[in-house]
Design a protein around this ligand. Sequence first.
Ligand code: NAP
Ligand code: ZN
Length: 391
Amino acid sequence: MKRRPDLPPRTRGRFARRLTSAAARGQFELPVCQACGTVQYPVREACRSCLSDNLRWEAVAPGATMLSATIIRHSTDAYFQTLRPLGMASVRLDAGPVAMVRYDCSDGPVAPGTRLQIQNQLDRSGEAILVAVPEQAKGSSDVLRDPNRQIGGKTVLITGADGGIGKALVKALRDAGAAKIIAATRRPQESAADSVVQSLLLDVTDQAAVARAAELHGHEVDILINNAGFTAVAGLLDADTMDGATREMQVNYFGTLAMIRGFAPHFSARKQGVIVNVLSVLAHVSLPSMGSYCASKAATLSLTQGVRAELLPWGVRVCAVFPSTVDTAASADSPPPKLAPAQVASAIVTMIRDGSEESYPGAIASDLAGALRADAKAVEREMALGLPEPR
Ligand SMILES: NC(=O)c1ccc[n+]([C@@H]2O[C@H](COP(=O)([O-])OP(=O)(O)OC[C@H]3O[C@@H](n4cnc5c(N)ncnc54)[C@H](OP(=O)(O)O)[C@@H]3O)[C@@H](O)[C@H]2O)c1
Ligand SMILES: [Zn+2]
């Protein structure tokens, strides 16, 4: 797709894209030589010190020291014009190499010798950019000036807002400063008057109702959280009928697709917006005792990737959260440990603010994601052990 002139360029090879995949998870990773330990930057496929091609992407120390800085005040490029004045610095990473990074120059240049912390962030084209923030800074800085990262003053629509995670999301987004929260539910709510939260009756499987909601609220919604979900809790073969599997696809996949198809044109027209899909770590691997649910979340993950690519040129960010078991009605029969719904909601707020694309809240989901990156087949076999012994 042609580059929009007011978005940054996207020119990276497959190897360098590992930097992007780490940024999508909010991590700072670089290739590390397994023969001599040298950290590589700029990223390359053979060690700059010993020429070994045995490199592994690993998390590296985020500390750095400022070497020199400059402020760019002019550019012929439409995107860089929007960022002027643009702070660019050369820093010595504690991990070894020198890197060119962006920094916040709103208070003027930063002196050589200043200690910094490096963050690997996604820019508006979805590519990774190294950003320097003060060493003590907590959370992500908005050096890249991405309007999609702000929650304060925004309007958020949450589906399944009366469920376990849905309720926690309403609270977390309100605490994060959202100006208006449209809490969409399938059943009528006894809602008390509220200056921030407004309820909306919406069954995401009713395409006409979704289209009406988009027509009514599309102009005002900045952040859409597709949280409504259904689990039949059954295997693909041991379910008596296909009703549960059908409903899972209707709610989880087609419901999410209908919502995005309704709201995305409004986001594209305004050239900003955030869509968050509440998936599951089981979108990546089947837990056979709830195989049809996993298939519906896998389909929704594929949907997430597709719409992300279609919307990226329009400045719209599409994110996904991949929790393990959460303590809600949907998982009442699942064994512990379970995440608190508030942990999932807080991970979503952090993901929006950091501009990252993926979040794996809790140790179980992040460990499983790491294991899947290392060897997806091994995890598939491990999950198969979760089935009861054949009778
Ligand atoms: N709980 C977990 O272990 C877990 C783990 C990973 C991901 N998730 C995902 O997290 C999301 C929220 O689930 P939860 O754990 O909070 O479960 P929950 O308490 O059962 O909430 C699910 C919500 O989705 C709503 N919903 C279902 N079908 C709908 C439809 N056709 N239209 C509109 N809303 C509909 C439900 O409303 P009704 O009650 O009216 O049906 C309810 O508000 C789901 O997408 C789920 O797959 C959950
Ligand atoms: Zn080496």
